[in-house]
Design a protein around this ligand. Structure first.
Ligand code: 2PG
Ligand code: MG
Length: 417
């Protein structure tokens, strides 16, 4: 379908951490509008496309997005207003060329993605289809509900580093519906919160993604508490709920070693530790078990874990088709964590998805630790038929916006897992 762009513009708004991000508008010449706001990560991979920040210390500690907003409203608008685009791919190609750098550092990944996403919404409106269906048509996928991977405990950079590993999450493999899943996880979250109140005598303090973040003595204790919370809520670990972990190892890898729970581990030692966790706890997925540069380590880890848990790459892959291709060739992982803002256009993210699926990989569509109330991620995870969606905890409205949209799609669009 041909879409003529009338104008694009963006303004600076705030995300769930109170940091600036972008809200973009795309108006087509037939009057159809698309609007999108963007998330922002904290535990970012070094191969991510560059999020343009003003670096003006007088505003938001340098994190302002006025330049990125201006790049949309001025630079990009001048280049694309009045032009026809036959597809998302055509628009994204134009944005990529306009930027001209490998990591989108000229216009900014945020500027580029805000236009890519707002255009997708405008095109969906023009076609008169739901956003998830439009996303599915872009990627050639068949929509279905993803299983949520829900954050219970947080550590790492999302929780002031009180424990090294970043997320311990729960999944409910046997649940038949989204509403059942959320109900079960809510029981477990409450039971975890009650236990922590007894154990640490602390108020219910949560981390960036709404997860509980007590001062665990070790990573081991984080997993153990998750299992206890599941049991205390009346469920069976393994049968009813399983655990997934984002080790986010790049963020405690320094001077060639993993600094975990007071120990200094080499790559093989870290892999041993992950294998122990896997044997001791009902873990079904391990994300970023090793540093993003430790490709040899990843190959060895995958050899060891393949077929037992999902070996999921986030910082390692950065939703970058070239890195996904490398990981497939080198047999370094078997699952992609897909975050559109790591690569900055829907088309390139769709390419990463296509490569991963062609290799038989699992795919997890993921939010960022800084989010807005926009819910496009839910439609993307449904449209691109993710095996899982990772949105953080079941508290905080920037997370609930996505879960609630999934509930809406389950109910009204009659989508199933
Ligand atoms: C991750 C994400 C989400 P961030 O590491 O998977 O939890 O964190 O958005 O800070 O990169
Ligand atoms: Mg991660």
């Amino acid at each position: 379908m041909m879409s003529r762009i009338k104008s694009v513009s963006a303004i600076e708004i705030l995300d769930s951490r109170g940091r600036p991000t972008l809200l973009a508008n795309c108006e087509l010449s037939d009057g159809k509008l698309g609007r999108a706001s963007l998330p922002s990560g904290a535990s970012t991979g070094s191969a991510e496309a560059l999020e343009l920040r003003d670096r003006d210390p007088a505003r938001y500690a340098g994190l302002g997005c006025l330049k990125a907003a201006e790049n949309v409203s001025q630079h990009i608008n001048r280049a694309i207003a009045g032009r026809d685009f036959a597809s998302q791919e055509a628009l994204d190609r134009c944005l990529i060329d306009l930027d001209g750098t490998d990591n989108k550092s000229r216009l900014g990944a945020n500027a580029i993605l805000s236009v890519s996403m707002a255009f997708a919404r405008a095109q969906a409106a023009q076609r008169g289809v739901e956003l998830y269906q439009h996303f599915a048509d872009i990627a050639g996928t068949v929509p279905r509900l993803p299983q949520p991977m829900i954050n219970l405990f947080s550590g790492g950079v999302h929780a002031g580093g009180q424990v090294a590993i970043q997320d311990v999450q729960v999944v409910v493999p046997g649940a038949v519906t989204m509403s059942e899943t959320l109900g079960v996880v809510s029981d477990v979250f409450r039971s975890a919160a009650t236990r922590l109140l007894d154990k640490y005598e602390m108020r219910l303090l949560t981390a960036d993604e709404g997860g509980l973040a007590p001062p665990f003595a070790s990573s081991q204790e984080m997993f153990l508490e998750a299992v206890r919370a599941i049991e205390a809520a009346g469920y069976s670990p393994n049968d009813d709920l399983a655990l997934t972990v984002d080790v986010a190892a790049s963020h405690f890898f320094e001077d060639g070693a993993y600094h975990l729970d007071g120990e200094r581990l080499d790559s093989a030692g870290m892999a041993d530790r992950i294998d122990e966790w896997r044997r001791d706890f009902p873990i079904v997925s391990v994300e970023d078990g090793l540093d993003e540069t430790d490709w040899d380590g990843w190959r060895a880890l995958f050899e060891r874990l393949r077929g037992r848990v999902m070996v999921l790459g986030d910082d390692l892959l950065c939703t970058n088709p070239a890195r996904v291709r490398r990981a497939i060739t080198e047999k370094a992982a078997d699952s992609l964590l897909l975050k559109v803002n790591q690569i900055a256009t829907l088309s390139e993210a769709a390419e990463a998805l296509r490569l991963a699926r062609a290799a038989g990989w699992h795919v997890v569509l993921s939010a960022r630790s800084g989010e807005t109330e926009d819910d496009w991620l839910a439609d993307l995870a449904v449209g691109w038929a993710g095996d899982y969606i990772k949105v953080g905890s079941i508290t905080q409205s920037e997370r609930l916006a996505k879960y609630n949209r999934l509930l809406e799609l389950e109910h009204y669009a009659r989508l199933t897992f």
